[in-house]
Design a protein around this ligand. Structure first.
Ligand SMILES: C[S@@+](CC[C@H](N)C(=O)[O-])C[C@H]1O[C@@H](n2cnc3c(N)ncnc32)[C@H](O)[C@@H]1O
Length: 217
């Protein structure tokens, strides 16, 4: 018999050790993201997302845009939800896989695919929360494609909705590069559609890089 089966204090120590490892690993992921210019969720946005997850207690979460698995690992830690997260960049996917394996998390499924081509892989799952955090110009497409999989009262959270404060300043769009202007216009159009979508109650928050929360009525 394992000695820890008889000694409850030993169990506590094991738990604490795991917690320390998780925090250390998360810190090393943050460092990696900073050093390699990987855009992960901002601290303020992360606290907000954790609060939503804490209140909602989702069983299944869909994330579009894994990057190195940072937000997925933290969403899983606060909820133990099953997470399906989609990433199209092979380097990001490999890094995320390594990180999630290192953390020994079994219920995060990383899907290596363009999210616009991954619907069939998740179409039989119902989600309580969808977190959209990938190519900003494609938010309308992601939303239209994946929200039919949302449970009633399910929540859609979108990050970077204010895009460094640029989206709200329509009069300054002409000063942007052509590529950026197109992206910001699409994000602006998506925001307006979302605010007017009567199937959802949507609030836009000036948190992190701008986050929207839409609750399916
Ligand atoms: C902002 S990062 C995600 C950050 C991550 N959610 C976090 O906070 O830790 C966006 C990621 O989405 C990926 N991405 C962009 N467009 C995508 C698409 N159409 N399908 C899948 N992944 C996409 C990018 O390769 C990038 O790694």
């Amino acid at each position: 018999m394992d000695k820890r089966d008889l000694d409850p204090t030993a169990l506590v120590i094991v738990k604490e050790t795991n917690t320390i490892n998780f925090n250390e690993k998360i810190e090393s992921m943050r460092k990696y993201a900073k050093e390699n210019g990987v855009p992960i969720i901002k601290d303020e946005g992360l606290v907000f997302l954790k609060n939503i997850i804490g209140l909602k207690r989702p069983t299944n979460i869909l994330e579009i845009g894994t990057a190195i698995g940072y937000s997925a690992a933290i969403m899983n830690q606060v909820s133990n939800s099953n997470i399906y997260t989609i990433e199209r960049d092979i380097n990001m996917y490999n890094e995320a896989k390594r990180n999630i394996d290192d953390l020994n998390i079994k219920n995060i499924n990383i899907i290596f695919k363009d999210a616009l081509e991954a619907f069939d892989l998740v179409k039989d799952i119902k989600f309580d929360l969808i977190f959209i955090d990938a190519a900003k110009a494609q938010y309308t497409k992601f939303f239209d494609m994946y929200t039919p999989l949302l449970n009633k009262n399910g929540v859609v959270v979108c990050d970077n909705m204010l895009f460094h404060g640029v989206v709200a300043n329509e009069e300054n769009y002409d000063n942007l590069t052509k590529g950026l202007r197109g992206l910001v216009r699409k994000l602006n159009a998506f925001t307006k559609e979302l605010m007017q979508n009567e199937k959802y109650d949507t609030t836009l928050y000036d948190i992190g890089d701008g986050m929207s929360v839409s609750i399916l009525k």
